[in-house]
Design a protein around this ligand. Structure first.
Ligand SMILES: Cc1cc2nc3c(=O)[nH]c(=O)nc-3n(C[C@H](O)[C@H](O)[C@H](O)COP(=O)(O)O)c2cc1C
Length: 150
């Protein structure tokens, strides 16, 4: 099963994280990476495993590169039955109640359309000393077992 990695970002951290995850999956899962801004909702395919990387902006909102894709999901309501996905969210605990909402919003939209979230929903905190690409590579080590489960 191939992996499709979609990232939603405002200032590029999400793209670096997506690249780090792809490096881990490169050996066995033929990963492809897309900015959500350049990916059509109708191209989601249950035959792929989806990895969602998404930051948080505004007051707990999606970053701008995720908005067109999120709007398409809302408007087209594709049937995502059979699609499995994992989420790596980005945020900053300094924002309190809206911490890491971006990844949670994306997970909610996909789940509402029938997709199933698997694995640990990772929440990176920009106020921590944890480097996002490093922890993303560690988190990605858990993905092959999930991808091959289907
Ligand atoms: C203007 C602004 C608003 C933000 N709002 C939130 C927020 O509401 N909740 C949160 O958890 N993080 C928030 N963040 C933090 C970002 O999500 C975090 O820095 C993330 O690592 C950025 O990733 P990106 O470069 O891929 O967009 C905000 C950052 C900025 C600059």
């Amino acid at each position: 099963m191939a992996a499709v990695i979609l990232y939603g970002t405002e200032t590029g951290t999400g793209e670096l994280v997506a690249d780090a995850i792809a490096d881990v999956l490169a050996a066995d899962h033929d990963p492809s990476i897309y900015d959500m801004a350049e990916f059509a909702a109708e191209d989601l395919d249950p035959a792929d495993f989806l990895v969602v990387v998404c930051s948080t902006y505004g007051e707990g909102e999606l970053p701008s590169s995720a908005l067109p894709f999120a709007d398409e999901l809302d408007e087209e309501e594709p049937d995502l039955s059979g699609l499995r996905f994992a989420v790596f969210g980005l945020g900053d605990s300094v924002y309190g109640d809206t911490y890491n909402r971006g990844g949670e919003i994306m997970a909610g939209k996909l789940t509402a359309l029938g997709a199933v979230q698997v694995g640990e929903h990772f929440r990176h905190d920009a106020s921590s000393t944890v480097k996002p690409t490093k922890v993303a590579a560690e988190w990605a080590e858990s993905l092959p077992a999930l991808i091959d489960e289907a």
